[in-house]
Unconditional design. Structure first.
Length: 259
């Protein structure tokens, strides 16, 4: 049989064109599905006390794995007083986790958030560089060496003031920091002989060692959390932090459970 080359070439060209057209339709459908999924995904922003950074970074990963329909756009970590001020002044935040009830009250008194829940507790320790150059052994020694503390308006600063007062110790700090992370960084870098930080901050840090001071168990920080908006995913994150899985992460990082 004689095959017409012209007809064969035309047929092949037609098949190729049809294949490309189908591929284009398939690609368009896939792209539309992806775009549709992204458009239905809720986005939330979180503000959390600096002492929560390691635990909340881990909780956020677990939360997003369990809630693919919610994307955590950002978590801002800083002193609770700084975060509370930012929120009251209009910062767009969906969830607030504070290291104390005082700064949470600042936010709820402004009509933001409702019914905050206590989800963790923390206590103070003395942090010193790994080689403890100041030979610090107790709170009394903080008055004799270069000591850094949190500023009084910050939860760790208020707790430090109370702990020192309870034990009758007066300290003239070389600096007052706006969050507990800054205190720890100065101690770890050897820029200070000692500082008062949370027990959770020094856990697993090879650059510092900790000393549990007398009376620490009598000064306990309560950590409240609340959803500030009705954005889908905000209350779900709050619930996840309080869930068995969220509490397990917090416990691993040294936080106590609320009573």
């Amino acid at each position: 049989m004689k095959i017409c080359r012209t007809h064969l070439a035309t047929s092949i060209a037609g098949i190729a064109a049809l294949t490309l057209a189908l591929a284009g339709c398939s690609g368009s459908s896939s792209g539309s599905a992806t775009a549709s999924a992204e458009s239905t995904q809720s986005t939330i922003t979180i503000s959390a006390a600096a002492s929560l950074q390691r635990s909340f970074d881990e909780i956020a990963e677990k939360f997003q794995a369990a809630h693919p329909d919610t994307k955590i756009n950002n978590i801002s970590y800083d002193g609770s007083s700084t975060l509370a001020t930012q929120i009251v002044e209009g910062a767009k935040v969906d969830v607030f986790a504070s290291a104390d009830e005082k700064n949470m009250k600042t936010v709820t008194d402004a009509g933001l958030g409702k019914d905050p829940k206590i989800f963790a507790t923390n206590t103070l320790v003395i942090a010193v560089p790994a080689d403890n150059p100041g030979d610090v052994k107790s709170l009394e020694d903080l008055s004799k060496v270069d000591t850094v503390l949190c500023a009084e308006q910050v939860p760790c600063g208020a707790a430090s003031k109370k702990l020192l007062a309870n034990q009758g110790v007066t300290v003239n700090p070389s600096s007052l920091e706006q969050n507990v992370t800054s205190v720890l960084q100065k101690v770890a870098a050897g820029e200070a002989d000692a500082g008062l930080v949370y027990a959770t901050d020094v856990a697993g840090d090879p650059d510092v060692k900790s000393i549990v001071p007398e009376g620490a168990d009598e000064v306990v920080n309560l950590y409240p959390i609340t959803a500030l908006t009705e954005t889908p995913g905000a209350q779900e994150f709050v619930d996840f932090v309080q869930s068995e899985e969220g509490q397990a992460v917090l416990a691993e990082h040294g936080f106590g459970k609320p009573e």
